[in-house]
Design a protein. Structure first.
Lengths: 423, 423
């Protein structure tokens, strides 16, 4: 632990950079690189990202299929039919489920068909059961007319052979699994989950399973950041706690950079640890540190760097600050490395009335934890103004509100967007 | 495959039940039952639900800790200090990180301390580095006064020994992992993920890896429903495809009920398969079928039942209908069985302008797939009016809009809530 020559948080001599500009620069520095491709069985593709477009090998459903229970007909045989003047049709047979019917409908004929059944040759529409009356074992009346194609899914209406099923860069959801299964796609190519090396630093930090001596602190950041990595779609690699010794920090970071897609080191809370971390990150090689110091609260002493092709993020030591910066700057990298758009809400967003004035500084983005309550039928977002060293206030929060750079604060009663935590 | 005696969708002779009433009845029928408890390592608790409240064993952080870099002081020694009239303090030493300091501050003394450092005995506040000037190796000037407790986290400010860390029934998020790690909780008791048996039925259905003959259809529902189960926090058990034979369906359902926490069978698309499924569900024993037929589009021919203590849901065969009913009625059960509130948005909700008129029937809930586009700076939700047998329209959708029971439709230009799919 040593003291920096300069001011209190070690970044006074750096010009702080607006979050949006820093993010744009950091994401651009990735140069469009993506993680590699791996093939996984269908069910394991859930929540993964398609490596490229997936095309249908066959028409879907592959045959003209009834969407109702009723009678396959030639539509023109029903034209003009109504309750008072049914069109009479001869029953030529019944379509069996799961088989190509051997019936060929001739003029004036119909065939029983169930939902999902294959239309027999000659039929071009289905008359619903409730619009028919059976007059004799082999005769029925159509009580209304049907148009060609009515109550039918065409053989290629869900997908055409060679046509698109899913685009590349698509986060696969449950309904996508359904379409892929229907199309016979049982394995698919997805992007490897970005491997995120997670390190903590500081002589005072001990692992959670260890009873800390007086003055020591258990490592909260590694676990919070590993969890946030999983939530963002990455694969965390916990590399433990670094002591405040340059050689150890430098060696650990070099090793992390060579194996991970992204390195996240929370810099210890003291300026000495932070300076040491910054020096070790700078020592990883070109292009080096891109941004040191962000116009954001909490999270000002953040470092964004690129070691060769590997992004490295030096996060503040305070757990709340580290998690805020993770959401603003690390999650977008994890998404970008898989080919997803960097920005997408991680959970519900709710519009509520701000419960009290929030002071901020112009040019600085403030991220404020809030609870949400109902008051006389209105939703009210109440700021939780705890210190950023207190995890309990984040745990108590229902979500967060941002005070944009352009504002010097928000007034009680203003409508704000609350980013809710999933629950 | 047989035809029912009655109308087209097999539920005409049942009175359709409003979705909200059906859901309330179905959830109440669970009688507050929860899945069992299992202990998992900290990282694996992410996304799981706490089985009970978790208390702190120790105070957190466990010692009075500095939140800034500066000087530990006795606050009263700084009272009245200002730039033009500093308070002079004698430097008694430096607090080492990760150790209990052996310094005891006497009147007029200060000790160097870094963020995260433990306050020495006698100190009750920290003066920030930037509010001090070092005058001599062992003398400094305080350029402003600090209040008792300023820049300090009290020894029990994040948690008190014996006090609450997390409540029971809490979905564990990344920040919760941080607090638990800080408190030394490395294993915790969570609810077992509900096991959801997933079955498809219908003679026409074949597994996705099989090339369907003409008239056959690959099983999309099993995979879509398994994915939706994972998204909802459950553990899917794929039990395959049931033929249209009562004995086989009844035996498979009996076996599923005895091993799973919840059974979901998509009933085939034809009325014959549906009738057979309904009969087999009814045959599982008391209390039996609670609801048969819902006032919803799509998804009317839904069955809600309880076989002994196991909820059983008969879903429509059309994949879009099956997934809509899953979100409305199955996801709430999976959540309830873990002790979560049944309702919580699964993703972002966005307010947009409806792009065209939507017709509906009074008394019926309509769930309509939409895409969202930007038009002259406004968000517009455009209904995708595809057949519920078409998965491609669900895959193309950005989310869905509900037309409530009380409305006979929505007008173009109305503001609607779009439930977005995560992406």
């Amino acid at each position: 632990m040593q003291f920096a020559a300069g001011g209190g948080d070690g970044v006074d001599f750096f010009q702080v950079v607006p979050v949006e500009a820093a993010r744009t620069q950091f994401l651009a520095s990735l140069g469009g690189r993506l993680t590699g491709v791996e093939e996984v069985p269908l069910l394991q593709a859930l929540g993964r990202v398609t490596a490229g477009p997936i095309s249908a090998l066959f028409d879907l459903p592959g045959f003209d299929r009834s969407t109702v229970d009723g009678f396959a007909v030639r539509a023109r045989d029903t034209f003009g039919a109504q309750e008072s003047l049914p069109a009479y049709l001869r029953l030529a047979g019944e379509v069996q489920m799961g088989r190509a019917p051997d019936i060929v409908l001739k003029a004036g004929e119909a065939a029983r068909i169930a939902t999902g059944g294959m239309l027999p040759a000659g039929a071009d529409a289905v008359l619903m059961l409730e619009h028919s009356e059976v007059l004799a074992p082999d005769e029925l009346g159509a009580l209304r007319s049907v148009a060609p194609g009515e109550n039918v899914i065409r053989r290629d209406e869900d997908a055409q052979a060679g046509g698109p099923l899913l685009p590349g860069g698509r986060l696969v959801r449950s309904h996508d699994l359904g379409l892929l299964a229907a199309a016979g796609v049982t394995r698919l190519a997805v992007r490897r989950r970005p491997r995120v090396a997670v390190l903590s630093s500081g002589d005072e930090v001990v692992p959670p399973e260890q009873q800390p001596a007086m003055g020591q602190t258990r490592d909260a950041n590694s676990y919070a950041l590993a969890g946030a990595t999983v939530e963002a779609g990455g694969e965390p690699i916990l590399l433990g706690i670094l002591p405040d010794r340059y050689d150890d920090v430098a060696a650990a970071l070099r090793s992390a950079v060579s194996t991970a897609d992204l390195v996240v080191v929370s810099g210890g809370s003291s300026v000495g640890t932070r300076d040491l971390t910054a020096k070790a990150i700078a020592g990883l090689g070109q292009p080096g540190i891109l941004v040191h110091g962000l116009a954001v609260k909490p999270g000002k002493p953040t470092i964004l760097a690129l070691a060769g092709q590997t992004p490295v993020v030096g996060l503040p030591g305070h757990p709340v600050s580290a998690l805020v910066i993770f959401q603003l700057l690390v999650r977008p990298v994890i998404r970008t490395l898989q080919g997803l758009h960097p920005d997408a809400p991680a959970g519900p967003i709710l519009t509520a009335e701000l419960g009290r004035n929030l002071a901020s500084a112009a040019g600085r983005l403030d991220v404020v934890r809030v609870t949400v309550r109902t008051e006389a039928g209105r939703l009210v977002a109440e700021p939780l103004l705890g210190k950023s060293g207190l995890l309990s206030t984040l745990v108590q929060a229902d979500g967060w509100v941002e005070v944009p750079e352009a504002r010097e604060g928000l007034r009680a009663g203003e409508m704000v967007q609350v980013h809710l935590f999933l629950r």
